[in-house]
Design a protein around this ligand. Sequence first.
Ligand SMILES: Nc1ncnc2c1ncn2[C@@H]1O[C@H](COP(=O)(O)OP(=O)(O)OP(=O)(O)O)[C@@H](O)[C@H]1O
Ligand SMILES: [Mg+2]
Length: 295
Amino acid sequence: MADRDTPLLHAVDVCKWFDLGNRRIDVLKGIDFSLYAGDMVGIVGRSGSGKSTLLHLLGTLDAPSRGEILYDGQRLDHLADQELAAFRNRFVGFVFQFHHLLPEMTAFENVLMPALIARAAQQPAQARARELLGRVGLGDRLDHHPGELSGGEQQRVALARALVMQPKVVLADEPTGNLDGRTAEEMHALLEELNRETGTAFVVVSHNQELARRMGKVVRMLDGRFVDDAPPGAVAAPTSAELDTIAASGPPNSDADQGGASTGAETTSEVVEHRSAGTTQRCAESGGSAEEAQA
Ligand SMILES: Nc1ncnc2c1ncn2[C@@H]1O[C@H](COP(=O)(O)OP(=O)(O)OP(=O)(O)O)[C@@H](O)[C@H]1O
Ligand SMILES: [Mg+2]
């Protein structure tokens, strides 16, 4: 178990922007975030607020434009790509928003893949893969290819794959997004169980208000910033109405996402703009002549 004083993940003033020709898209605008062993943190926020981008940075799949991320107290930016990939393989389990299973492999082989890449001992890895597929309710579907599974079943395979290496951190991008209410509930209960059993820390992006509420801590992203990171029940935590507003924005690419912001979100946005003005400036300053994106 990691030292409670050293976060497993520690993001310090992280900014991320993308240069598109002469235009700069500022996606993350000064994120500070700490994740400790045993933590279970939910991230909620409207479509396009930067949740997946943040998860990619936390998972070493991309690098911040500014700021730094420490992993178990260490910077990793000196590592070569291969070393970084090896670190990621052992330290982080990723459940992608669009689960990225290998279509030509069975569910069992997909789950086993991280262990194959790590050249981990095969017998215990195979036993874990079987156990995990059983726990996500797919014990009788081991030999099925992703094309033979429903979207939700594929998502459950992706969850098992994220857990097979027993990582310290699992980053899950809407892991229950394709699941019906009851299965989502069961999946969430499993995450909680694994969190308790193993001390694995979870960061879970969710549009599901009920599930988000159940996590130890919920942070809300709005326009590339954290609105707050207070424990549930504290004044600054998202209220039920706010979580309802976020949930109403629906899953990515839904019609609701493309529509206008709700009145509640706009009101909150104004408050946050005011509170985070200094941070925005810090991200914008480093851009030289690049334009800051229109939020
Ligand atoms: N490679 C990129 N180049 C330019 N813009 C990008 C890039 N990746 C992400 N963005 C932009 O960053 C913003 C945040 O994207 P992100 O995928 O992090 O949102 P999200 O909060 O995960 O949304 P959703 O709930 O729909 O999944 C979006 O406006 C997106 O267009
Ligand atoms: Mg996303």
